[in-house]
Write a protein that binds this ligand. Structure first.
Ligand code: F6P
Ligand code: MN
Length: 340
């Protein structure tokens, strides 16, 4: 496919020429992209648009909400509630699901999103983003329930994110590889810049919040220690470390040039499986990474195979270049076997 075509044309070709997406899904993705465009303009205004700082509230996970968290959440809800393609939405920033009101026939899809990922970067003019995932609403019953969302990541029909960085770039998969579109502000449209994105299988770059090292489990510590030992250690090569503290940006770097990203379980809150959310963060990112030839596990199991039991479920995340993710996963499985 040609570069420089608009997202709209790309999606139309995916629908008409390749028969890859149904019309309703195409329209839904257009609406999500339009909402991301609006969020991008708000992000860009910064202090001039009164979008910086905290909102004086907490979300369902007890995290302090920034003004932009709320603006991004409302923008996504407003854009999607009248489109007619959705039955319901779920957001990291809302306790319960949002059922799209008074639609007949009811929309076919369910949308999940982290409206503004990497909130701590908002006030320092660093990259942040919106992450989204689309499921089909199960058929055979009226109304929408939380249980309709309890589908493993393998059931996603579209997933992506929009990163608000030096450029605004929307990254998308509908199960046919990964494509990237950068927002052309003069034209007002997303333009295809890259198709068939591929993550190199090997890497010398890792991303993890090193300040948590003392809280990690032994297999994660072993992996990072070996990276830090560099050319003199068992890996026989030097590694570099990068950490943006916004999953969207750390994963974007990996899709652009490889690497491994980890947010593992740690001893600070042992009852939680991890920090990141399965439905809004891990599932969409894992599908993108797999579609680009990479791998994503919770240290033991493929993330996309996990059967969710709660909307705001957390998960350990290890994703990126295939050979490195395989290594970290094998360290966990070896340790489990020894412990038997
Ligand atoms: O959404 C959670 C998040 O902001 C991720 O984007 C990011 O990877 C992580 O938290 C950073 O958290 P911390 O700075 O606590 O390690
Ligand atoms: Mn997030």
């Amino acid at each position: 496919m040609k570069k420089n075509i608009s997202l709209t044309r790309y999606l139309v070709e995916q629908q008409r020429v390749d028969g890859l997406i149904p019309g309703q899904l195409r329209l839904l993705l257009e609406v999500v992209a339009r909402a991301c465009k609006r969020i991008s303009f708000a992000v860009n205004k910064g202090e001039l648009g009164d979008v910086m700082g905290t909102a004086g509230s907490e979300n369902v996970q007890g995290e302090v909400q920034k003004k932009l968290d709320i603006i991004a959440n409302e923008t996504l809800i407003e854009a999607n509630e009248w489109g007619g393609h959705l039955a319901a939405m779920a957001s990291e920033e809302m306790e319960g699901i949002y059922v799209v009101p008074n639609r007949y026939p009811q929309g076919e899809y369910l949308l999940m999103f982290d409206p503004l990922d990497g909130s701590s970067n908002i006030d320092i003019n660093m990259s942040i983003g919106t992450i989204f995932s689309v499921l089909k609403k199960p058929e055979g019953h009226p109304g929408v329930h939380d249980s309709d969302f309890m589908q493993p990541g393998t059931q996603q029909v579209a997933a992506g994110y929009c990163i608000y960085g030096p450029q605004t770039t929307l990254v998308l998969t509908v199960g046919d590889g990964v494509s990237m579109f950068t927002l052309d502000r003069e034209q007002g449209s997303f333009v295809l810049i890259e198709e068939n994105v591929k993550i190199p299988e090997d890497t010398k770059e890792f991303a993890i919040n090193m300040s948590n090292m003392r809280h990690w489990d032994a297999p994660v510590k072993r992996y990072v220690d070996e990276c830090l030992a560099g050319a003199d250690g068992p890996r026989g090569k030097n590694f570099n470390m990068r950490w943006v503290a916004a999953m969207v940006a750390d994963v974007h770097r990996i899709l652009c040039r490889g690497g491994i990203f980890m947010y593992p379980w740690d001893k600070r809150e042992p009852q939680k499986a991890g920090k990141l959310r399965l439905m809004y963060e891990a599932n969409p990112m894992s599908w993108l990474v797999e579609q680009a030839g990479g791998m994503a596990t919770n240290g033991r199991q493929r993330i996309l195979d996990i059967q969710p039991t709660q909307l705001h479920e957390r998960v350990s995340v290890v994703l990126g270049s295939k050979n490195e993710v395989e290594r970290v996963t094998s360290y966990h499985l070896e340790a489990d076997e020894k412990a038997l």
